[in-house]
Ligand binder design. Sequence first.
Ligand code: F6R
Length: 625
Amino acid sequence: MCGIVGYAGKRAAVDILIRGLKRLEYRGYDSSGIAFVRGDRIEIIKSEGRIDNVEKMAAKFAETSPGGNLNDVHFGIGHTRWATHGKPTTQNAHPHRTGHVVLVHNGIIENYQELKKKLVARGHQPQSETDSELFGFLVLEEMEKGASLMNGVRLAFDSVEGACSVVVMSERELGVLVGARRGGSPLVAAIDPEGGAILASDAQPLIDITREVIFVEQGDVVVGDSKGVHFFDLKSGAPIQRKTTRLDWSVETLSKQGFAHYMLKEIHEQPTALVDTFNGLLDLAKRGDPDPFPFADREVAKLLESASDIVLIACGTSWHAALLGKYWIERWAGVRVSVELASEFRYRQPVLAPQSLVIALSQSGETADTLAVVRQVNGLGNKTMGITNVRGSTLSREATAVLYTSAGPEIGVAATKTFSAQLLSLLIIAGHLGSKKGRKLEPVFDELLRVPHLLAGELAGTLASRAHAVAKAIAGYKGFFFIGRGYSFPIALEGALKLKEIAYVHAEGYAGGELKHGPIAMIDPNMVVVVLAPRDSWREKTLSNLEEVKARGAVVLAIGDPSDEALKQASHHWIALPEGARELDECWAPFFLSPVVQLLSYELALLKGTDVDKPRNLAKSVTVE
Ligand code: F6R
């Protein structure tokens, strides 16, 4: 995982690096550092812990060192780390110096042990426990033999195995940044219109400078200096051309806009994320009978229509979205859908029919396991489709076709609005395929237009205040079960994941019908059971499950329709879904339940005092398996 950023140009580099790292902190946040050029030397400031530490150290450096004005620094690199090799200590933090070479690295060097032995035998003395530092020795050796920095980096890749990105500089070639990408660790480059170059693990650090960005492909080397960027082939060194993409994200979307946390802001942005996703996916001019869900992208539509069956693959929250996709696509389109965890699928011998379409869901578009499946399936000759929130992400470039959700940048590590946007994209797929099969789904489309309004009407008011009050009442309990049936089952899984992830509380999600098969043994008066029971086809059965856990002493929090007096009476705590939701088809319940369980986890996390936006041990983009 890890985030990297590099700048060479005319602006104050340290400021760009620190601001950039803060935007990349979601990728890892156990230690960080910057390296920058002053005179003919590269200075390094690094620390364990958050980027704030490095920011303070840089301010102190500016105050205390002679000529320490950092506004005169125009060239540097930075890194925020999610530890893989070696503990999150200052020593292991990047940038790493090996002689005159200084580098930052994202990814894993798989032949690390063997490489380390060889380098030590050749007289090098690694100062850290990381695999990353070894890459620096390789560049150094090549430069000592006469290679330029760019060729040194290229040649170093011959000795390492595994996917990674690096940004490297050297005191021998001050003013030059060399970035390279091999495999799944993303890198984005841009020309600074004021003269210069910026590189980073994603586009967020670039946005203050420009919206015209170039996604570095795997197998590319990019050289940046005060004149701009140039691309070369990693293997041959031959110059290559890369296309510029204009981003539709703005600087404003990257700020908290008055919310206490990004996660809270993103929960509240769900109505907008739904509207934008729906507008982005559909060609509204072509809308009508027989297809109320015409995809704007014809390739996407063609692929879907020619599939004999669909395999949805994903990890984590995206996998929960996929589970719901199965319910909807099977219900409306009658197309067989299987749902697979990418990390399991990739190491099986999966059986696909020739026309099976594999759809990979990944908000980041960079999840290592998910990408591995896409590559595997592409290799088998089957078609693949990506559903991602990030334009230019690896998934968007490697899948046969791509469908973008338009949730805007999601910075909180816990997925919230991207999940809802994924749900909507799957529902639209179901609607499109169902319409092609003659199902009359116009009413579903009409309801789609109402969902964001209903949600927006209550999200900031009733739902948020109920979640706050209930969280206070249940915060002290030992553990949580989330139960639901039908469309509520994947939300039960998601609710439990959110709670574990940001509040570090033990929580499990179950299909209501599974309780008797073992988990009910856990129920006692120290356990809270969150019962997801909207007025749908499964409500009666879910209510029976509620009674069973209540009879065994559980504290019951029910989430259901505001008019459901029976449910309210049966539970100890209660959160009502938005008025008006019950007039809609039951397929929409997840769009209301999901923000409620997100808010509940958020409130419980606040009470526990955890770091909501950057929960421990996690990173938003899981680019290693
Ligand atoms: C949980 C969460 C993770 C991700 C998972 C896959 O809140 O965000 O479980 O869903 O790491 O990430 P993507 O969707 O980027 O492939």
